[in-house]
Design a protein around this ligand. Structure first.
Ligand code: MLT
Ligand code: MN
Ligand code: ZN
Length: 299
């Protein structure tokens, strides 16, 4: 399988339109530091059959920026677009509205995410005059057969009951926020994508041990970053994002894994937004890296 990194930033992107923090200012001064919202495209043996992992507010620019994902020569349009969702967060779902030019949109998601996106954010009602939107159940990892999407097997590993703010009134469910597990039955390779990791768990540990590539929540570098930078009065983990560094951070758990590990969903306050920051060297010492825009990983 091949995965394309279409963006690597947390909600707001880098720079964020209303922000003048050092990260955003740096990205305005150095356009190479700009990052779109985190999202991926996957394909298996057939490069023309692909799906998106999350549909970000930047999705149209992200597709246009990838020659391989543009409509093929002689074809006027991309008639069907497939999207698998990790959660119902606005930064991962607003792109569905921008995909309305497709004749068909096929979406795979967990039950609570479907509830949020049809009741709280009534996407079916809004999109049905424009396109045919079809919802598919995204099976939980280990519970029955995974979904086959574009020739790849996909399931959702439950991570937490962190609901989007617009759906805060919805009932608790373990699969509000998930990691996507993507398995290529042709090559036997596996990728794991978790842009919002609120807590470590044994099942996650097991999935990481069996994965060839992991793209993980790198929102905040350390636990105090949201408070220190004025983003929130809460800590990183209090906001549903385990920090990268420090005790309880993900780096210390990941550095012994055999998988290629890339941090993504970087907030604009994250020092990793600056390619010269010494945190990059510290991570490299552990065999870990920040994901780069437009990076391609062949597995
Ligand atoms: C998150 O990743 O925690 C959310 O996207 C935050 C938000 O609501 O913007
Ligand atoms: Mn987010
Ligand atoms: Zn900023």
């Amino acid at each position: 399988m091949l995965l394309r990194v279409l963006g690597t930033a947390a909600g707001g992107g880098l720079p964020q339109w209303n922000c003048a923090c050092p990260g955003c200012t740096g990205a305005r001064r150095h356009p190479s530091r700009r990052r779109l919202h985190d999202g991926l495209a996957f394909h298996g043996a057939d490069p023309d059959a692909w799906f998106l992992a999350n549909a970000t507010p930047d999705v149209a620019e992200q597709l246009e920026g990838q020659p391989a994902l543009r409509p093929g020569a002689g074809k006027e349009r991309t008639p069907v677009i497939r999207v698998v969702l990790t959660d119902a967060e606005l930064d991962h779902t607003l792109g569905l509205l921008r995909l309305r030019e497709a004749a068909r949109i096929e979406v795979w998601c967990t039950r609570p995410v479907h509830e949020a996106l049809t009741v709280r954010l009534p996407l079916t009602d809004i999109l049905s005059p424009y396109t045919t939107l079809t919802w598919h159940d995204l099976p939980l990892t280990g519970a029955g057969r995974p979904a086959t999407v574009a020739g790849l097997e996909v399931s959702a590993l439950p991570l937490s009951d962190k609901r989007p703010r617009y759906a805060a009134g919805e009932p608790s469910h373990p699969a509000w926020s998930t990691a996507l597990k993507v398995h290529d039955p042709g090559t036997g390779t596996r990728a794991l994508y978790a842009p919002a990791l609120a807590a470590w768990s044994d099942p996650l540990d097991d999935e990481i041990a069996g994965a060839d590539c992991v793209l993980l929540d790198g929102t905040f570098l350390d636990e105090d970053e949201p408070r220190r930078t004025g983003v929130s009065r809460r800590t990183a983990s209090g906001m549903g994002h385990l920090p990268v560094e420090g005790s309880g951070g993900t780096a210390e758990r990941l550095h012994r894994t055999g998988a290629q590990v890339f941090y993504t969903h970087l907030n604009n306050t994250n020092p990793l937004a600056d390619p010269g920051d010494p945190a990059h060297e510290r991570l490299a010492g552990l065999g870990l890296r920040a994901a780069e825009e437009n990076m391609v990983v062949q597995l």
